[in-house]
Design a protein around this ligand. Structure first.
Ligand SMILES: Cc1cc2nc3c(=O)[nH]c(=O)nc-3n(C[C@H](O)[C@H](O)[C@H](O)COP(=O)(O)O)c2cc1C
Length: 189
């Protein structure tokens, strides 16, 4: 497949083969290529935290508690159902790969670093796809319990938590608006 094919056939994978775990060394190998993302001033602001086994279970349990706590329901039964829903959602995820970055004290550098880390994540998603793995980029829920579990430093921001595993099925294809429809070509004043 060409790079163009890889980009066009990468879709978020949410259903994983529960019997298989991606070896951490394989994930590190993909990250070792993903780090060739552009990053202004060569700050290389990123750091990677992989949660498997007991840490994975604790992540899911913490997310369950958070879902119970944030449930708008008034009664305990409904709140617990929200927690069960979260366990169902995350229970099939073999590993969680947290992509963090160090916060620069300078807001403009911080913004560049966030963009650079996002470029790294897209690199990783494409490389995972090329390797026959499945992955999806999820928004991090910033909670002290999750930060402690991931051993994050106070000056680190999580750019994404990736669910990574072997896909159980083909990911659903999504469409895109053609770039031409968002394109402006300016040639004069
Ligand atoms: C910054 C960012 C945050 C995302 N957060 C979530 C998320 O929290 N939950 C989720 O299901 N998908 C999340 N996604 C994945 C997008 O929903 C997904 O990429 C989009 O639906 C397009 O689908 P595709 O990746 O299959 O092309 C996120 C994507 C990005 C770039």
């Amino acid at each position: 497949m060409t790079l163009s094919d890889m980009i066009r056939t990468r879709f978020s994978v949410n259903t994983f083969d529960r019997t298989r775990q991606v070896p951490p060394d394989d994930i590190i190998a993909l990250l070792d290529t993903a780090v060739w993302a552009p990053n202004h001033r060569n700050t290389e602001p990123w750091r990677f935290i992989l949660l498997t086994d007991e840490a994975r279970a604790l992540y899911i349990e913490t997310r369950r508690r958070m879902a119970v706590e944030s449930s708008p329901a008034q009664d305990e039964h409904s709140q617990n159902l929200a927690g069960d829903g979260m366990v169902k959602k995350l229970g099939g995820v073999p590993s969680f790969l947290i992509i963090a970055m160090r916060n620069s004290p300078k807001p403009d550098v911080r913004e560049e670093d966030y963009a650079a880390t996002s470029a790294l994540i897209q690199n990783f998603l494409l490389l995972a796809h090329e390797a026959g793995l499945g992955a999806v980029w999820k928004t991090w829920k910033d909670d002290p319990r999750l930060r402690a579990l991931a051993r994050l430093e106070n000056d680190e921001t999580v750019v994404g938590v990736l669910h990574v595993g072997y896909p159980a099925e083909d990911a659903p294809a999504r469409s895109r608006v053609a770039a031409r429809e968002r394109f402006t070509h300016i040639t004069g004043q």
